[in-house]
Design a binder for this molecule. Structure first.
Ligand code: MG
Length: 353
């Protein structure tokens, strides 16, 4: 163990076969919050279908892309992987709708933000060790996970970490993960959106980026592409645009680095424009689709009801959350409990109220 950790009295078995960031990655992988991502919504709730992405598969996909790109860019793959696996750990049930409503409910009590919640989760709420709370990750990984130098006020013991994070530019691995996250979710939401039938193949010709991919695939495999069933065509298109954007990210970043001798990780303006175009399309046609809005509203109704119930009956929460009340406040402890829930557990708890 060489890298500084949050607590130095870590008596766990650090083995010499793994480096510090590999230990961090494995601690994240074995956390409860990580396993719960399997039942948290990316766009579609778990009950909608078995092949849609969840936050768990999304996190694994971001980690795969980040690992691959960081190898090409000669960055630290283990650090990138650890940050990627942890990047969505603070997400509440029901995706962004869940985050928005929790933030509304927490007005006047410090608000809710999934990045702050993620940091709280891995430094406080996870409790697998005997001598300290949290996962005791390295300070580097923790700073890499902090998208902004910010924590909730009740987490002020992390102030030194916030201070360190704000004084230095963010690690290249963290910047890379952030871009990989964006690339992963726009492409994969597009795939799931078409797969669900909400987005139509024929309509997507309005999206230049998609149109170009179809053109390229037809040019190279005209007969096969045109004869293929829609699901195979869809996978071919997504694979093509996803690969293209990652390669462009690598090439653009390498060329910048050669010119400036500084590590700059960024998308080329053309790639950025393609991703923006696709995101605007998804925002209008998928994230605002009536069936998705309906799921979001149902999720918000569930969270609102759970929030007021546990405020009135905190003794109905598990002991771990009751223990937080004195130090961090009732509202925060209720929010911690709800934010940790999976979609299906929130639904079940709501049904039983
Ligand atoms: Mg994400």
């Amino acid at each position: 163990m060489n890298e500084e950790r949050l607590y130095d009295k870590d008596t766990s078995n650090f083995d010499t076969y793994r480096n510090d960031f590999q230990h961090d990655r494995d601690r994240i992988l074995y956390s409860k919050a990580f396993r719960r991502l399997g039942y948290k919504t990316q766009v579609f709730t778990n009950s909608e279908g078995d092949t849609y992405r969840t936050r768990l598969t999304h996190s694994l996909e971001v980690a795969q892309i980040a690992r691959f790109a960081s190898f090409a860019l000669k960055l630290n793959q283990d650090l990138a992987e650890a940050i990627a696996l942890a990047h969505d750990l603070g997400h509440p049930p029901f995706a962004h709708a869940g985050q928005d409503i929790l933030n509304d409910l927490m007005q006047g009590h410090g608000g809710f933000e999934h990045n702050c919640q993620g940091l709280r989760q891995i430094t406080k709420l996870e409790m697998p060790y005997l001598n300290f709370p949290g996962l005791n990750l390295t300070r580097i990984t923790l700073k890499g996970i902090m998208k902004r130098p910010r924590v909730y006020e009740c987490d002020n013991e992390l102030a030194p970490l916030v201070d360190e994070r704000s004084k230095k530019p963010q690690y290249s691995e963290a910047i890379l993960v952030d871009i990989c996250d964006r690339l992963a979710y726009v492409h994969h939401d597009l795939e799931d959106g078409v797969d669900s039938g909400i987005l139509k193949f024929s309509d997507l010709d309005q999206v230049q980026y998609w149109k170009e991919a179809c053109y390229f695939l037809k040019e190279n495999n005209k007969k096969e592409f045109e004869n293929a069933r829609y699901p195979i065509r869809l996978r071919a298109i997504i694979r093509h645009i996803m690969n293209k954007s990652i390669k462009e990210l690598i090439i653009h970043s390498l060329s910048k680095n050669n010119k400036t001798s500084k590590q700059i990780i960024s998308l080329a303006p053309e790639t950025k424009a393609n991703i923006e175009e696709l995101y605007s399309y998804l925002k209008e046609k998928l994230y605002q689709a009536p069936s998705v809005i309906k799921m979001s509203e149902r999720g918000q109704e569930i969270i609102t009801k759970l929030f007021s119930y546990f405020l009135k009956s905190p003794d109905k929460m598990p002991r771990q959350y009751q223990d937080i009340i004195t130090k961090d406040g009732l509202e925060r402890s209720v929010t911690d409990y709800i934010a940790g829930m999976t979609d299906r557990f929130a639904e079940k708890t709501y049904e039983e109220l």
